[in-house]
Design a protein. Structure first.
Length: 336
């Protein structure tokens, strides 16, 4: 059973709930039907004008009435509008939010969906088919907030190899290639700690984290600022999570090939165990992941947002129906 199948089984067993704010997108409606038919969620909320959503679904040959666990909510006419607005006001009044402004903003579906998750009325949100990554992040930061001790929102992507001797039965958490362009040492530490938790959530195994660099243990010198940043991040991680298996700075082969680890980083605590790869910046992450996808032909899933108090996920605006449905499954599988 591959990773996706395992995540789908986990989602079915957990019977969690999902909100999809983009009821105007035909891909979302088709994906929602797949998620419902596969039993991946106990219930699914689609946000939008009910008549518009149903007309679009009908035009696309999607019969939502066949899925009784799918419900459409229109934020502009919902009886919960005042309650949600009042909660948004309380959350953001220190930033100058007024109740009147909260009433206006809360009817935006992405904010409404985030509020449902914040209030524990829904377990998880998936968005980004139409909304930008920035829109999804803003809603998450303003309403859902960060996990305890976390200051940085970031992302991870899962790479899956058919060679199960690598990583966690062939899978790696890779971060960050989508959200934080040039992380500081403090942000890199946040990204690593959040990625370690993502490893636990997705793979149900203890993480072994490698902070990647073009240098291994000083082979690139001691003055390059990117090397210094990685070393500072390592010190911060060890101070915050002393029980976490982590090492850096490590070249990729030093991180994942035990024979190379012995030569370049003898005594490394992640030798033969690495299942989380932390890139020093978004350039390295994006290039490295695409090399693995194209040349290595590795399967990939994500990116998934991490560091938030509750599960939310950002889609690529070019995502296919299948990709959206799979993302929903993996996001639901993270819910405790």
């Amino acid at each position: 059973m591959n990773l996706l199948q395992k995540m789908k089984e986990k989602a079915r067993a957990r019977k969690k709930t999902l909100v999809l704010p983009e009821g105007k997108d035909k891909r979302i409606l088709k994906a929602a039907k797949i998620v419902a038919e596969d039993g991946l969620a106990q219930s699914i909320i689609i946000l939008g004008n009910e008549a518009d959503v149903k007309n679009l679904a009908s035009a696309e040959g999607v019969n939502l009435s066949e899925a009784p666990n799918i419900k459409i909510i229109d934020p502009t006419s919902s009886p919960d509008k005042e309650k949600y607005a009042a909660t948004l006001f309380e959350l953001r009044k220190h930033k100058g939010m007024t109740l009147e402004k909260a009433r206006e903003e809360i009817t935006e579906p992405i904010r409404w969906g985030a509020m449902m998750v914040h209030l524990d009325e829904i377990d998880a949100m998936v968005a980004g088919a139409d909304y930008s990554t920035a829109d999804v992040l803003r809603a998450g930061l303003a309403i859902i907030g960060m996990a305890p001790g976390m200051k940085t929102a970031s992302s991870n992507l899962i790479l899956q190899s058919t060679d199960t001797s690598w990583g966690a039965s062939g899978a790696f958490i890779c971060s960050d290639a989508a959200v934080v362009p040039h992380p500081t040492a403090e942000q890199l530490a946040d990204i690593a700690i959040a990625s370690a938790q993502s490893c636990r959530d997705f793979f149900e195994t203890e993480p072994a984290v490698a902070l990647l660099s073009f240098s291994t243990r000083g082979s690139g010198g001691n003055d390059d600022p990117t090397i210094v940043k990685v070393r500072e991040a390592l010190a911060l991680i060890k101070a915050r999570e002393p029980g976490l298996l982590v090492d850096g700075e490590l070249q990729l082969d030093s991180a994942i090939v035990p024979e190379v680890t012995d030569k370049k980083a003898p005594g490394s605590p992640v030798k033969g165990k690495t299942n989380v790869l932390i890139f020093p910046d978004i350039n390295a992450g994006n290039i490295g992941i695409k090399l693995a996808q194209r040349f290595g032909k590795l399967d990939s899933y994500g990116p998934f947002l991490q560091g938030f108090a509750k599960p939310i996920c950002d889609l690529s605006r070019g995502a296919t129906v299948e990709e959206i449905a799979n993302t929903c499954a993996l996001t639901l599988a993270q819910v405790k």
